[in-house]
Design a protein. Structure first.
Length: 314
């Protein structure tokens, strides 16, 4: 394989994690302030029934390699990839590593921002999971219409790895999705302590965790939403599922609660692939081992599993 060699593992220190969190939070502020009044949702309502226009209204701005509505999937990569961000984040900051890498590999890549609530101007993915799943449905329909594809692949981080399962189960998504790849997904819930820990990465998030974040309540262990989602089994027929988790996840704990059961499921732990690599929850969206494993999940016939001796971007 060819390309850029794997960077050294990041230090497992509170400072390193806080530094990454601060960078994510600052980027979030810069990218999302312009959407304080949530004009995207007004545009969706005013799209006149045009699925592409409705999807474009939800598209995250400024994501390198993403949201080229003239992109035509190739024979090598026939399905567009839709990137689904996590709680408190938005599409503009969550995918600065993965989006351009997948685009460089020849994929048509799309990223949305979803989950605004009234009177919360910056933070996203905090609306009820059911509402966010409907926004994802709108976005996928537009991507399919624009590309002429029959199905998409979904790659989601944190809530973005769990919420699409609601779309698959309750909003007709299973027929439109070939594969779902979840990075540190909240599939079986987390605790309020875990959500509070995540909130420390995003300025202003702690103030809304318990008061203005329906998605936070939906992601707590034992919530009605998760009970409904997981009743009768974790998966839908015809969809391939990959979960990529890290032992160092401090948000969705225990990390094994992220794993799914059922046919067509592959559960992967980063440290099983590369024992010296220790991304935390936030860094799962930027880690090179995770990136390689995403590529493997999307194209297992041509991209092998990651390890620490291979060049992981080739």
């Amino acid at each position: 394989m060819s390309g850029t060699p794997l960077r050294p593992p990041l230090p497992r220190t509170g400072f390193g994690r806080r530094l990454a969190s601060l960078a994510a939070g600052c980027g979030l502020l810069g990218a999302a302030l312009a959407g304080a009044a949530d004009p995207a949702q007004a545009a969706v309502r005013g799209s006149g029934g045009d699925p592409i226009a409705a999807a474009q209204a939800l598209a995250a701005p400024g994501v390198p390699g993403a949201n080229d509505w003239s992109c035509h999937p190739s024979a090598a990569h026939p399905r567009p990839v839709v990137l689904v961000h996590g709680t408190f984040a938005n599409g503009s900051v969550n995918w600065l590593t993965i989006a351009p890498a997948l685009a460089a590999n020849g994929y048509c890549v799309y990223a949305l921002t979803y989950g605004a609530v009234p009177n919360v101007p910056v933070l996203r993915a905090i609306a009820p999971v059911a509402d966010s799943a409907q926004q994802l449905a709108t976005f996928v329909d537009g991507v399919l219409a624009a590309t002429g594809s029959g199905q998409v692949d979904l790659v989601g981080h944190s809530q973005g790895g769990m919420m699409p399962r609601y779309y698959l189960k309750f909003d007709g998504g299973a027929a439109k999705v070939h594969a779902l790849v979840g990075l540190a997904p909240s599939n079986h819930g987390t605790t309020l302590d875990g959500l509070t820990t995540l909130a420390q990465s995003f300025p202003g998030a702690q103030a809304v965790v318990s008061s203005a974040c329906p998605a936070c309540a939906d992601q707590e262990v034992g919530s009605a939403t998760l009970d409904q989602l997981n009743a009768g089994g974790d998966t839908m027929p015809g969809v391939d599922y990959t979960v990529i988790a890290t032992e160092d996840d401090e948000v969705v704990t225990p990390y094994t609660s992220q794993f799914l059961s059922g046919p067509n499921v592959e559960n992967v732990t980063v440290q099983a692939l590369c024992p010296l690599n220790h991304p935390d929850h936030v860094l799962m969206a930027t880690d090179l081992v995770v990136l390689h494993e995403v590529r493997h999940a999307l194209d297992p016939a041509h991209v092998g599993e990651a390890d620490c001796s291979a060049n992981l971007t080739g």
